[in-house]
Structure formats: structure tokens, C-alpha cells
Design a protein around this ligand. Structure first.
Ligand SMILES: [Zn+2]
Length: 376
């Protein structure tokens, strides 16, 4: 996620990044504030002052979002959950946790910290705008402060909707998790509420479109779509984690896998191994010595008419860390590696000895089987 995000600064050892998509928000907010919100709230000013007010308000919103995410991050770090970075993107901010909270209670405090910060900011800006009115500061200042009070209140309320992955949904999950001790069931319920809320938002958006509110309508549909995707991903992630947690590669790998020998011709390899055994990734061994592997990618680089005259030994890929994994590797770590590198098939190797083969399909099959007959 957020591969294009640009690191802006470091606050208290948190990397603050901005995804280019946030610029769309900045532009949209500035535009609608200067064209509509401020002219409505404070008639009779020049276009230049509306633009200035809009830019200051947008920067205030930017700072408010950052403080919201920083609140999550500071509490998370305080409770022992490391934080990778804070990224502002199209739909607001995300504090990327490096690990999942260990308990419902931990998650509760991390989740509630953001909305509490937004609520505090709303109160703060509201008091400041009151003070500005009393001391007779320019009405433009009061207007910007009132906007920031309002937008922080909206942020606090929106985020407290109990729909995962919004903060309120995390609070809901934390509560269910704390009560039942079953993080997977808690995630399922919270994700379901997220899905429901997402469809509700999208329906509102469609209604708004029919009423001619194009920007608001599209916006609600987009946020709904985002919540929908995030809710699904959160459940799948939790499912994978719950099923794979604590299990090692050795428990799931194919032991004594079929191997190819260097003196085999490619034609024999294809007919006797690939087609017959229905495998596409095969370790190459000589006696008990592991030499490397051969797979479909290697074959596709060689003309079919040469298969009879070419030997496996001429074309196989030598030992390579990218396709090897140790038998005591934990399955979540392997999943993470597959996600990061895209490599889906591995030789399980211990002390230069081939122990087995493990593939993404093995993991998927195990996951499927666990969902159909939950063991715990
Ligand atoms: Zn939040």
C-alpha cells in the first residue's frame, strides 16, 4: 500500500508520508471552501481573501488529520505496538501498525485515541473562535476557526461509526474480542458492519447523484468502495493469520518431492514428470545433492523441437535463495514473503538437503480446508 507516498518529515521518530492522492483532496477542499463554504459563511469578502482563508483552513485540516493519526501512533507505541509510518492519502490518514495489537484492550485504546484527539481539537478550535469573536479579531479568522472546529467534529463522528476499518469498527472489534476472546469471530462481525455501512454510503451516494449533487454523490460512493475493500481485506488477513499462526513450513510441505536429474532430456522431463505428476516446479538433484530447480519459465525459453536434444543439466536454475525456505519458517512469514516477492513456489532446504516443496496452492488449500472444518 502507498508505494508512491513521499516522506515529508519525521515527528518524534514517526515517518510522516503523503500519498500523491492527498493532493486531490487538498485541491478539492481548497476549491469548495473558497467557492462555497466561506462565501456562504461570511458574505462580502474578496475572492482573494476567500482563497487565503481556504488555503489556511486546508492546512489546518491537514494538521488535524496528522494529529488524529499521531494520537493513534503515540498510544500504540506506548502500549508496545510498533508503528511503521503515518500516511495521508485520498480518504484521510492511516497509521500503519507494524504488528497487530495483542489484546482487545490494547486495540480499544489505540482505536479510541484518534477520535478523542479530533474531539479535543474540535473543542479547542471552537473555544478559539469564541475567543476571537470576543477580542474582536477579523471575522475571517473566526470563520476559519469555526470551520476547523466543525470539520474536526465531523472527523470524530464519522470515525466513530462502528464499521470496520473505521476507528469505531475497531472499537467494536476490540469489545467483541475482549468479551469472547475470539479475534476471528470479532473481526468477522466488525467487518460485516463495515460492509453494511459501505453499501449504505454507496446507496446515499447514488441518491445524491440522482438529486444532482454530483461531487458529494461520487465522494460517498468512493468512500463506500474503499470501506468495502478494507473490510474484506481485514477479514481475510485475520483469517489467514488465525489459521497459519504458529504453524511451520515443515508441517505443510510436500515431503520427498519428485526430482529431476541433470542427465534427463527435457522431453523426458516434460512427459514423465511435469505432465504425469502435474507439477510445474521441480528440484534438480544428483544423488542426494541438491543442484537447483527447473520450472515452466525455464522450459518456455527453449524451442519445443530442441526438447529431445537438451538435458535438464544444461538449462536448470542453480541454487538460489529466492526459491528456498527453511523448514522451521513460520507460515505467516512465508505468506509475507510471497506477498512481497511474488515468488509462489519454494524448495524447503535444511543444511543443503532437500526436505520438500511448498507452494502457494498448498497454503490456499490448507486455508480452504480450515474454513470448511474449523479446528478451533
Ligand atoms: Zn483514526
Amino acid at each position: 500500500m502507498f508505494t508512491n507516498a513521499v516522506k515529508l518529515l519525521s515527528v518524534n521518530k514517526f515517518d510522516i508520508k503523503v500519498d500523491p492522492s492527498w493532493l486531490i483532496i487538498a485541491a478539492l477542499v481548497t476549491w469548495s471552501l473558497s467557492q462555497q463554504f466561506f462565501p456562504d459563511a461570511l458574505p462580502g469578502q474578496s475572492p482573494q481573501s476567500y482563497l487565503a482563508m481556504a488555503i489556511i483552513a486546508m492546512l489546518g485540516l491537514f494538521a488535524s488529520l496528522l494529529l488524529h493519526e499521531l494520537a493513534h501512533s503515540v498510544v500504540a507505541r506506548h502500549l508496545g505496538v510498533p508503528i511503521k509510518s503515518i500516511t495521508l492519502f485520498l480518504f484521510g490518514g492511516v497509521a500503519e501498525l507494524e504488528a497487530e495489537p495483542k489484546s482487545g484492550l490494547t486495540e480499544f485504546w489505540i482505536a479510541i485515541a484518534g477520535p478523542l484527539m479530533s474531539l479535543t481539537l474540535a473543542l479547542g478550535f471552537w473555544s478559539l473562535s469564541g475567543a476571537a469573536t470576543l477580542t474582536g479579531l477579523a471575522p475571517a479568522v473566526t470563520s476559519v476557526l469555526s470551520y476547523l472546529a466543525l470539520i474536526n467534529l465531523v472527523l470524530a463522528l464519522f470515525n466513530m461509526v462502528p464499521a470496520f476499518p473505521l476507528d469505531g469498527g475497531r472499537v467494536l472489534r476490540a469489545y467483541l474480542w475482549h468479551r469472547s476472546g475470539d479475534v476471528l469471530a470479532a473481526t468477522r462481525t466488525a467487518a460485516r458492519s463495515g460492509t453494511f455501512f459501505a453499501y449504505f454510503l454507496m446507496a446515499l451516494g447514488v441518491t445524491a447523484l440522482f438529486q444532482g449533487a454530483i461531487v458529494a454523490g461520487l465522494w460517498q460512493i468512493m468512500i463506500g468502495g474503499f470501506v468495502l475493500m478494507a473490510a474484506r481485506a481485514a477479514y481475510t488477513n485475520q483469517l489467514t493469520k488465525s489459521v497459519f499462526d504458529g504453524h511451520k513450513v515443515a508441517g505443510l510441505m510436500t515431503r520427498d518431492p519428485i526430482t529431476a536429474q541433470p542427465e534427463m532430456t527435457l522431453a523426458a522431463f516434460v512427459n514423465q514428470i511435469m505432465l504425469k505428476r502435474n507439477v510445474t516446479f521441480v528440484p534438480v538433484t544428483e544423488g542426494s545433492v541438491l543442484l537447483g530447480h527447473i520450472d515452466r519459465t525455464v522450459l518456455s525459453g527453449i524451442d519445443r523441437e530442441n526438447w529431445a536434444s537438451t538435458q535438464v543439466g544444461d538449462v536448470f536454475v542453480g541454487l538460489h535463495d529466492a526459491v528456498m525456505v527453511a523448514p522451521d519458517t513460520l507460515l505467516p512469514a512465508l505468506m509475507e514473503r510471497i506477498r512481497k516477492t511474488g515468488q509462489r513456489k519454494f524448495m524447503v532446504v535444511s543444511g543443503h538437503q532437500l526436505q520438500g516443496v511448498i507452494t502457494l496452492s498448498d497454503l490456499a488449500a490448507y486455508l480452504n480446508q480450515s474454513v470448511q472444518s474449523p479446528a478451533k
